[in-house]
Write a protein that binds this ligand. Structure first.
Ligand SMILES: Cc1cc2nc3c(=O)[nH]c(=O)nc-3n(C[C@H](O)[C@H](O)[C@H](O)COP(=O)(O)O)c2cc1C
Length: 292
């Protein structure tokens, strides 16, 4: 149960803590102050502390010294945000330069400001900067892809593929098998067509069985992707690895994950060789109101 106390002399009974607490209904207003009547319902989102206009709430998980007041004047405006979204690119060509491990720690730490389901904050990271380990993972990914594509091309299996992996899945697999020969060629020529010889590969992982583990990892990663530019770094999400790791216990084992954790996302990180002069157009999403 959360330990919450209210400074009655500071509380102005504005009711904000009651509103932002929503369904947890931790607080009720008495004639003197807000009262944490259901502290056992608290799921530690911290919004009561973040919102209280008079710092009247003392919540054990959110000491005020760890909760700085936001200077709204320093927040990026809409144009700044759009520029950051629009100019981010996936980078696939990197300098050989190693990345300082402290820089990677700083980058990974930025992911923690992303939302997580039930505020679980359970995304952790494996970092690889040993080229031999990265090559192992890359080769393991290609090995698993080879198996999958051989299976998919088996005339006895092919007609039933949509039943197992859905129509879109089998379409994607067909597309991937089209470029598979090039992938094999690249490997044979000593290239790394999976992680692009990035100096660092990050694997975001979470507790096995967490229904929202992927969402949590993706949000954290996107924070990092957007911020990478400010470290002069570039990133590329590597879905190929993730998909194969999900299919293959052998590949997942190569990661050396802590017990009870599963990989949720892979990210190649490095100092990019190229910058991009132009932003690119994108399809506008359909927006449908109140469909039946
Ligand atoms: C879920 C996901 C998986 C991806 N997997 C790969 C991958 O395995 N290899 C790769 O080179 N790029 C991968 N990408 C990068 C996309 O190809 C890229 O985002 C897309 O082409 C748009 O380009 P941009 O990121 O430069 O805007 C992935 C992106 C996402 C969102």
């Amino acid at each position: 149960m959360a330990k919450i106390t209210i400074d009655e002399t500071a509380c102005i009974r504005c009711g904000k803590c009651v509103d932002v607490c929503g369904l947890a209904r931790v607080y009720e207003l008495s004639s003197e102050s807000s009262v944490p009547v259901n502290a056992d319902h608290c799921w530690f989102c911290g919004q009561c502390v973040a919102g209280c206009p008079t710092d009247a709430i003392d919540h054990e998980a959110f000491p005020l010294e760890d909760c700085p007041i936001i200077d709204t004047a320093t927040l990026p405006n809409r144009d700044d945000l759009i520029a950051a979204y629009r100019f981010r690119r996936s980078q696939r060509v990197f300098h050989d330069t190693a990345i300082d491990r402290e820089v990677i720690r700083d980058l990974v730490t930025l992911g923690r400001w992303a939302p997580t389901a039930s505020n679980s904050q359970s995304v952790d990271w494996l970092a690889f900067d040993d080229p031999a380990r990265i090559e192992e993972l890359s080769r393991g990914t290609v090995r698993e892809m080879t198996k999958l594509i051989r299976l998919a091309n088996n005339p006895l299996v092919r007609p039933f593929l949509p039943l197992f992996i859905g129509r879109e899945g089998s379409r994607q697999l067909k597309r991937a098998s089209g470029s598979f020969d090039r992938l094999q060629d690249a490997i044979n020529q000593g290239e790394d067509p999976i992680f692009y010889r990035a100096p660092v590969v990050l694997i975001g992982h979470g507790p096995a069985g967490n229904r929202f583990g992927r969402d949590d990892a993706v949000y954290a990663t996107y924070n990092m992707m957007l911020a990478a530019d400010s470290f002069n770094l570039g990133t590329c999400q590597i879905g190929f690895f993730q998909v194969m790791a999900e299919r293959s216990g052998r590949l997942t084992k190569q990661l050396g994950l802590p017990k009870g954790r599963v990989p949720q996302i892979a990210l190649a990180v490095g100092y990019p060789r190229h910058d991009f002069r132009r932003a690119l157009p994108r399809r506008s999403p359909n927006l449908t109101w109140n469909p039946r």
